[in-house]
Design a protein around this ligand. Structure first.
Ligand code: GLU
Length: 562
């Protein structure tokens, strides 16, 4: 067979050569050790938490090494494509502060465009590039056409997908496929000419030379050394519409875009023998790989399940609505990605996560467990590290979108809100009251008269005379110039006067001598002012509320007793 002729017949319009492409997309001029990584989503929906996990690894590897991180849209499967998904996923990544140095981007007019010299970055625009290499493989006798109908092709692809589920019939099935392959491989230029003349379409298959009884060594940077049986399957390179399969596009794109490290889901690991073959056939050097395990979660019974599309936390767009700051989510991802991140964070509370010395060596081999409580915990810590001003600004923009009533209150009196949000902030042990913006409202609602829904149960159950005395006397004792010490001294003398121990120690030693302790008096005051038994420091609360509100609150509490 004259392969060169066959190649010309199959790809008459392809005139570019691989050499020209090599020259057009030369190796990148980057410092020694710089890594080139990419995120290569298919635009079939939202960004999944597992995808974001890969994004973080790719981004960190590239940028910590002075390399390039780019975005490639893998839109070769138009049947699975969701309209607008590409734009939305770029937006989501932007929202999370992920910066791509190049790749598909949203242009000023809102449509998708390309940024960078190694594009196009959407596979649907790269057909002519794939065909150059397809033609090369055919001309070297490494790929061949199979004329087939769409239905047949569908069946073949479906069978490919089921690869891992091969049943007992495996051997006879494999034998059938082998015979089929041999039949397909057996054709003449003449039959090809006839098929083409009749306008029939073909799929392009690789001519596999592997022997599955032989193993190749493959090193995954996280999973370690693996032994992979060679590929003997004539898998599809181009579908009948000329669009490449994932395998073919992966080899061509990652080569021409000069990717050094491929970070992708472990579902691609079973295909690695195909990729090894393709890179060899094409004369490309293989990149390094990290195959990431699926993110798992625990179900109601404590069993590990994969975090699937519909599970809480899977969709990166949902976090905003739930009120998680972006930083909390990226922070949580970092704790999952590197086991020593938390320790580093404890030592470096004010540094950006980008300053963390991320390392592949510290990545978990077995994959990660998504843990909602842990996320909340990380988020509380993240918010606790923010300044009151930052919290205010972020809360304001969140409420503007999701809670107008609260937004108006926050916006009307900025200083008041910042004072409230300053309580317990800074210092060695900052308060960790909320993990999401949606929790703030309940937490501080008592500061706002329109949101104030007091629970006076405690006052109703306490000694009535004491409650009435505290409520009537306290406002006259209050002086806004008092510091916390003076404030508490006054509370203690009030306690004493009403027959309550001013010191806890005294009370504990001789409880029979007292009606109670200063703690009871403080609680009466707290419940009257905040309408709840748990609140930040009452001194702070009253200081921020001021005399007028204090008087109003006390009057309201008094009224509730009758
Ligand atoms: N489009 C592929 C996917 O979404 C990308 C895999 C890869 O990163 O190579 O699974």
């Amino acid at each position: 067979m004259d392969n060169k002729k066959l190649a010309d017949r199959l790809f008459p319009k392809v005139h570019m050569t691989p050499e020209e492409l090599e020259a057009k997309f030369p190796p990148r001029k980057l410092p020694e050790g710089a890594k080139v990584t990419r995120f290569a989503p298919s635009p079939t929906g939202f960004v999944h938490f597992g995808g974001m996990y890969q994004v973080m690894i790719g981004e960190r590897l590239a940028h910590l090494s002075g390399g390039i991180f780019y975005l490639r849209i893998e839109d070769t499967d138009s049947k699975r494509e969701v309209s607008d998904a590409a734009r939305r996923l770029i937006q989501t990544l932007r929202d999370y502060g992920i910066n791509f140095d190049e790749g598909a981007d949203i242009g000023e007019d809102g449509t998708i465009c390309d940024k960078g010299e190694y594009g196009p970055y959407r596979q649907s625009l790269r057909a002519n590039i794939y065909h150059v290499y397809a033609k090369k493989l055919v001309s070297e006798g490494k790929a061949y056409p199979v004329f087939t109908s769409d239905e047949e092709l569908e069946a073949v692809l479906a069978a490919d997908k089921k690869e891992e589920n091969k049943t007992k019939d495996w051997e006879s099935e494999a034998e059938k496929q082998r015979l089929e392959t041999l039949k397909n491989r057996n054709f003449t230029l003449d039959t090809v000419e006839k098929e083409l003349a009749a306008g029939h379409k073909f799929v392009l298959r690789i001519l596999a030379d592997g022997d599955p009884n032989k193993k190749t060594i493959f090193d995954d940077l996280v999973k370690g050394r693996l032994e992979i049986p060679e590929n003997d399957e004539d898998f599809v390179l181009l579908k009948s519409d000329g669009i490449p399969t994932y395998h073919f596009a992966h080899a061509v794109d990652d080569h021409l875009m000069r990717t050094t490290h491929v970070i992708r889901g472990e579902e691609w690991l079973p295909s690695i023998a195909k990729h090894i073959m393709l890179f060899r056939y094409l004369g490309f050097r293989m990149p390094k790989y990290i195959h990431t395990a699926q993110i798992m979660r625990l179900d109601e019974n404590g069993n590990r399940k994969k975090l699937s599309k519909r599970d809480l936390g899977a969709n990166m767009d949902d976090y905003d609505e739930k009120g998680y700051p972006r930083e909390s989510v990226t922070e949580y991802l970092m704790t999952l990605i590197n086991s020593n991140f938390e320790e580093w964070r404890a030592q470096n509370p004010s540094k950006l996560y980008t300053e963390f010395p991320f390392s592949i060596k510290k990545m978990s081999v077995s994959g990660c467990l998504f843990d909602y409580d842990k996320l909340m915990d990380v988020s509380k810590n993240t918010i606790a590290r923010m300044s009151a001003r930052q919290v205010y600004d972020r809360l304001l923009s969140w409420t503007k979108k999701y809670d107008t009533e609260f937004y108006i209150l926050l916006n009307d009196n900025e200083q008041y809100a910042i004072d409230i949000l300053s309580i317990g902030r800074g210092g060695k042990k900052p308060r960790k009251d909320f993990g999401t913006w949606s929790e703030v409202r309940n937490n501080i609602s008592f500061f706002y008269d329109t949101l104030f829904t007091p629970d006076y149960e405690y006052l109703k159950n306490a000694d009535k005379q004491t409650v009435l005395s505290v409520l009537s006397e306290y406002p006259t004792l209050y002086d806004e110039r008092d510091d916390q010490n003076e404030w508490f001294t006054k509370l203690k003398s009030l306690a004493s006067k009403l027959g309550y121990a001013p010191e806890m120690k005294e009370y504990k030693e001789n409880p029979e001598n007292f009606k109670g302790s200063v703690a009871d008096i403080a609680m009466i005051l707290r419940v009257a002012v905040t309408g709840r038994q748990q609140s930040p420091d009452t001194f702070e609360v009253i200081r921020i509320m001021g005399r007028e509100k204090l008087t109003k609150r006390v009057a309201l509490a008094q009224k509730s007793l009758f």
